[in-house]
Design a protein around this ligand. Structure first.
Ligand SMILES: Cc1cc2nc3c(=O)[nH]c(=O)nc-3n(C[C@H](O)[C@H](O)[C@H](O)COP(=O)(O)O)c2cc1C
Length: 376
């Protein structure tokens, strides 16, 4: 019988499905609901010491629908938690009293100020949390105060802040990376150099989800205006997978033993399997919970177990990073294809599907068919 139970940075999880920081972990009521439904761990909504500066607007979400009506993209301009730190500290404590086995991770964010980072870590630890996620990645609102993604885009600052946290934290901590950067390995490496036990990737992608063609106003529209926000949900999964692959490859080569929590568009056990195959130890779900409710963890676990049974994997470690070996350079793909074709020619004149090989072979009349023939 395969098992989903796993251990990461000393934390024992019944399964790898973690509530990603955001509305699904925004207060004690919803965190309790998550534990009751069987989530492997909860990362609470990001907190800071001074919530008085956090003022949200409505509407703050805007969805992108496929022609079928399915929600495939989700932009938000929501800030970190607007709830006072004192309330959070009390709720963290109550939560650990109510769910002693539940793995509770505090997501924290502060300005570039050593004392503030040290204070927030110490106060969260005093309230009993099991670990931390450092939010270096919120793409809107906070960067104006040099927080969130503004910090995550600067490897030197990231390393320094992780060093401050490392100097006081007795619990493991992960740095959550922004995808709004050209080479995600650079800040990731800096966070690990600074002492992070692991990384989480990705936060939302800076976006403008659309423009209303009646009012000519970009969305989500607040008093007639908007500001670029963070994009999440199914549509971001390919970008998240690519970044998880890049970070996992770097961890494998340079920081063996550090962990990686993958997220971005995960809605099923099969999605989770893909992230784990590309090197994630755990997976997080945020928008998926907003679409389907907390109960979705059960079918996700069942589907992941089904995948494991199909391949005779007993544990998550049996397939973690297994697909990383199949990435190579484009030049190597060309070489492999030439070798395969030459070998085939030598064996027999097997009929080959005629597809476009060189750019001069594209015809205007057959364009859609030719495009489809080139897809897997
Ligand atoms: C409405 C909303 C609020 C979010 N708030 C936070 C937050 O407070 N802290 C944080 O680290 N990430 C936050 N996120 C980002 C998610 O944790 C996650 O990184 C991102 O949405 C991609 O995963 P998903 O497609 O499963 O949502 C938020 C996402 C959404 C949709």
């Amino acid at each position: 019988m395969p098992t989903l139970a796993t251990s990461v940075n000393g934390l024992s999880l019944p399964n790898p499905f973690i509530i990603g920081s955001g509305p699904p972990g925004t207060n004690l009521n919803v965190i309790s609901k998550a534990f009751k439904e069987g989530w492997g761990a909860v990362i609470a909504k990001t907190v800071s010491l001074d919530a008085s500066k956090v003022i949200n607007v409505t509407p703050r979400y805007s969805k992108l629908l496929a022609t079928s009506g399915e929600v495939i993209g989700w932009e938000n301009i929501e800030l970190i938690s607007d709830r006072p730190f004192k309330i959070w500290a009390e709720e963290f404590k109550k939560c650990k009293d109510l769910h002693p086995q539940g793995v509770l991770i505090a997501s924290i964010m502060e300005e570039y100020n050593k004392d503030a980072w040290i204070e927030i870590v110490k106060r969260c630890e005093a309230s009993g949390v099991d670990g931390f996620e450092l939010n270096f990645s919120c793409p809107h609102g906070l960067p104006e105060r040099k927080m969130g993604a503004a910090m995550g885009q600067d490897p030197d600052i990231l390393e320094e802040v992780c060093g401050w946290v490392k100097s006081v934290a007795t619990k493991p901590f992960w740095a959550k990376m922004t995808p709004n950067i050209t080479h995600i390995e650079d800040p990731s490496r800096a966070a690990l150099r600074g002492g992070a036990d692991g990384l989480s990737a990705i936060n939302t992608i800076r976006s403008v989800v659309g423009v209303n063609l009646d009012t000519l106003r970009p969305e989500p529209t607040v008093e007639g205006y908007t500001t670029p926000g963070g994009y999440s949900c199914k549509a971001v999964k390919p970008i998240a997978l690519r970044m998880v692959m890049e970070i996992a490859t770097m961890i494998r080569q340079e920081f063996p033993g550090r962990s990686l929590s993958g997220l971005g568009g995960i809605e099923s056990g099969k999605d989770a399997a893909e992230f784990i195959l590309l090197g994630a130890d755990t997976v997080q779900v945020c928008t998926g919970v907003m679409k389907f409710g907390y109960e979705c963890v059960k079918p996700m676990c069942d589907e992941l177990l089904g995948f494991m049974a199909q391949h005779k994997f007993e544990t998550l470690a049996d397939f973690k990073g297994k697909s990383l070996d199949y990435f190579t350079s484009h030049a190597d793909l060309v070489k492999r294809q030439a070798e395969r074709k030459a070998a085939q020619k030598a064996v027999a004149a097997a009929p080959q599907k005629k597809t476009v090989q060189a750019d001069g072979e594209w015809s205007g009349d057959d364009f859609v068919k030719q495009s489809n023939d080139l897809a897997r």
